[in-house]
Design a protein around this ligand. Structure first.
Ligand code: NAD
Length: 484
C-alpha cells in the first residue's frame, strides 16, 4: 500500500527536458507512483517536450524504461504501467526556436490545470518562459517549476529571477529544493509546531548547539567537470542545508501558509552572522585503492573546489545568539547519512553522585537512512547498584511506528509535483529567499577565493579532514559519529 492520497484535479503537465536524466530518474517514476496511488485523475496528460525527434510511441518506450529501471519491481506492476502510458504524450520543441510550439499549444486543454516543468539547463529558462507566453500557451494560473541550481551566486540568481519575473508573477513560480519534499523535513515543522513539548525549550537558554550533517559515500563520479564549477558550498549548503537550518531556527509562522512559512525562513537567513575564516574547513577526497581522488575526478589538476565543507554558523537574534549551528557535508565519507542533532544544555546542577548525572539530552532527526526521531534521555541504570544513570534513546523509526505506511514514504519529487498541481507553494523557495541565501554565501566563497585557500585532503571512508574535528574540539564539543 502506498500512503494515503487525495486525488488532485485533472492537469496537463509539460516536462521540458522530458528525455533528460532528471526526468528519467526522478520525475517520470514519481508520476507513475502517484498514478499507482490513485492520485492522478484519468483525465490528465503528461507531455514530454524536448529536443529529441521522438514520436509518441518512442517517448512512451522511454517512460516505460525509466519506470522499470528506477523503481524496484515491488513498486510497479505491468497493468498500471500500461494504463499510465496512455496518459503520456510527446512533442519535439526547441526552446531557442519556433519548432514544436504550435503543436504544444494545440495539445494543451482548456479547463484543466497547466504546469510546465523546466527540467533543462537554467540558461533555457528565459527562452521557455518567453515562448510559453508568445505562443499563448501559458495562462494566468499556469505553474512554472524550475530546478536547481538556481544561480551560482547572487548576481546569477537575480538575473534568473528577473528573467522569470518578466513573464510570470512569483505566485506562479515553483523553485524546487527536493530536500523540502522529504517526509522528515516536513516533520521538523510538525515536531516543532504541533507539540508543546519542545517549543518552550527551543532557544539558546536550553539548546547548546545544533549539528546538521549530510554525508555521502559516493564521489562526484562522472559529474566532475560540472561539480568543479560548484562545490559543496554551492551544491549543498546554500540551498539544502540552509533550508534545514531555517526550519529549525525559524519563529512559528502564524499559519501553515506558503508566505507565512517563507517569511519566517527569510528572517532567519537575514539574521545569519558573517562566517569567520577560522570557522570554515574545506576538503577534497584523496585517491584510494585505485579509486580516483577528487582531483582526478574533476579532471582539473589545480582544482580548489571543495568536496567537503564544515562550518560554524551563528544566528544574530534573541532566540539563537550564543547557540552555534555546525554544518558539514561531504562526498566519499564513511557512511551515507543525513541528520539534524539538537544538543540541549546540561541540567544546571546534578543531584546524583554520578559523573553521568548531568549528561545532555540530544534530539536527533534522521533524514536518511531509516527516517525517524531519536531523543536521548537519562534514566536510572536498572538493578540494585545504587543510583547510577545511563543515557538511552527514545527511538522512533517511522517504519516501526507507522507500520507499512512508514516504510512506503513517497519520494520527495512525488510530493512536490503534486503540490505544484495543488497550487501549494509552501515547500518551494521564494525568489527573495534564494537571493538572501546567496547574499550570505557569496562573501564566504569570495573570502576563501581571495585568501587563495586550498582544501585539505582527506581519506575516503573517514569523517572528513582532521581540521574539521578541531572546529568542534576547540569549542569543547564533538561531532557526532557518521554512521548509518
Ligand atoms: P540532461 O542534459 O540529461 O537533459 C537535458 C534535457 O533538455 C534533454 O531532454 C534535452 O532534450 C533538453 N534540451 C536541451 N536543449 C534544449 C532545447 N534547446 N530545447 C528543448 N529542449 C532542450 O539534463 P538533466 O540532468 O536532466 O538536468 C535538467 C535540469 O535539472 C538542469 O537544470 C539540472 O541542473 C537540474 N537537475 C538535475 C539533476 C539530476 O540528477 N540530473 C538533479 C538536480 C537538478
Amino acid at each position: 500500500m502506498v500512503s494515503r492520497t487525495i486525488p488532485v484535479d485533472p492537469f496537463d503537465l509539460v516536462i521540458f527536458g522530458g528525455t533528460g536524466d532528471l526526468a528519467r530518474r526522478k520525475i517520470l517514476p514519481s508520476l507513475y507512483r502517484r498514478y499507482l496511488a490513485g492520485q492522478i485523475p484519468e483525465d490528465s496528460q503528461i507531455i514530454g517536450a524536448a529536443r529529441s525527434e521522438l514520436d509518441e510511441a518512442g517517448f512512451r518506450d522511454l517512460v516505460r524504461a525509466s519506470v522499470e529501471e528506477f523503481l524496484p519491481a515491488s513498486k510497479r506492476d505491468a497493468t498500471t504501467l500500461a494504463a499510465f502510458l496512455t496518459h503520456i504524450r510527446y512533442v519535439a520543441v526547441d526552446a531557442k526556436g519556433e519548432a514544436g510550439w504550435v503543436e504544444l499549444g494545440e495539445m494543451m486543454r482548456e479547463g484543466v490545470i497547466h504546469a510546465h516543468y523546466f527540467s533543462v539547463a537554467p540558461s533555457l529558462f528565459g527562452d521557455l518562459a518567453q515562448r510559453l507566453c508568445e505562443f499563448n500557451i501559458a495562462n494566468a494560473d499556469s505553474r512554472i517549476v524550475v530546478e536547481k541550481p538556481f544561480g551560482k551566486d547572487l548576481k546569477t540568481a537575480r538575473s534568473l529571477n528577473e528573467v522569470l519575473a518578466r513573464h510570470f508573477p512569483e505566485q506562479q513560480i515553483y523553485r524546487i529544493d527536493h530536500y523540502l519534499g522529504k517526509e522528515t523535513v516536513q516533520n521538523l515543522m510538525a515536531i516543532r509546531f504541533a507539540n508543546i513539548l519542545f517549543e518552550p525549550l527551543w532557544k539558546t537558554e536550553y539548546i547548546d548547539h545544533v549539528q546538521i550533517t549530510v554525508a555521502e559515500t559516493v564521489g562526484v563520479d562522472g559529474r566532475g567537470a560540472y561539480y568543479d564549477t560548484s562545490g559543496a558550498m554551492r551544491d549543498m549548503v546554500q540551498n539544502h542545508m540552509m533550508q534545514l537550518l531555517c526550519l529549525i531556527a525559524m519563529e512559528p509562522p502564524y499559519h501553515f501558509d506558503p508566505d507565512a512559512v517563507r517569511d519566517e525562513k527569510l528572517k532567519v537567513i537575514r539574521a545569519l552572522e558573517k562566517v569567520r575564516p577560522e570557522d570554515i574547513v574545506r576538503g577534497q577526497y584523496a585517491s584510494q585503492g585505485g579509486k580516483p581522488g577528487y582531483i582526478e575526478d574533476s579532471e582539473n589538476p589545480n582544482s580548489r573546489t571543495e568536496s567537503y565543507i564544515a562550518m560554524k554558523v551563528g544566528i544574530a537574534n534573541w532566540r539563537w545568539k550564543g547557540t552555534p549551528f555546525y554544518l558539514r557535508t561531504g562526498k566519499r565519507l564513511r557512511a551515507r547519512t543525513s541528520e539534524i542533532a539538537i544538543t540541549f544544555r546540561r541540567p544546571p546542577h546534578s543531584i546524583f553522585d554520578d559523573p553521568d548525572g548531568s549528561r545532555e539530552n540530544v534530539l536527533v532527526i534522521r533524514l536518511q537512512p531509516n527516517e525517524g526521531i531519536n531523543l536521548k534521555v537519562m534514566i536510572k541504570e536498572p538493578g540494585p547498584g545504587g543510583m547510577r544513570l545511563v543515557q538511552v534513546p527514545l527511538d522512533m523509526s517511522f517504519a516501526q511506528a507507522l507500520g507499512e505506511e512508514g516504510t512506503d514514504i513517497p519520494d520527495a519529487y512525488e510530493r512536490l509535483i503534486m503540490d505544484v498541481i495543488r497550487g501549494n507553494q509552501t515547500l518551494f523557495m521564494r525568489g527573495d529567499e534564494v537571493e538572501a541565501a546567496w547574499a550570505w554565501a557569496d562573501p564566504v566563497i569570495e573570502g576563501w577565493e581571495a585568501r587563495g585557500e586550498r582544501p585539505h585532503v582527506y581519506q575516503p571512508g573517514t569523517s572528513g579532514p582532521d581540521d574539521a574535528l578541531m572546529l568542534m574540539h576547540r569549542d569543547g564539543r564533538r561531532w557526532r559519529e557518521i554512521k548509518e
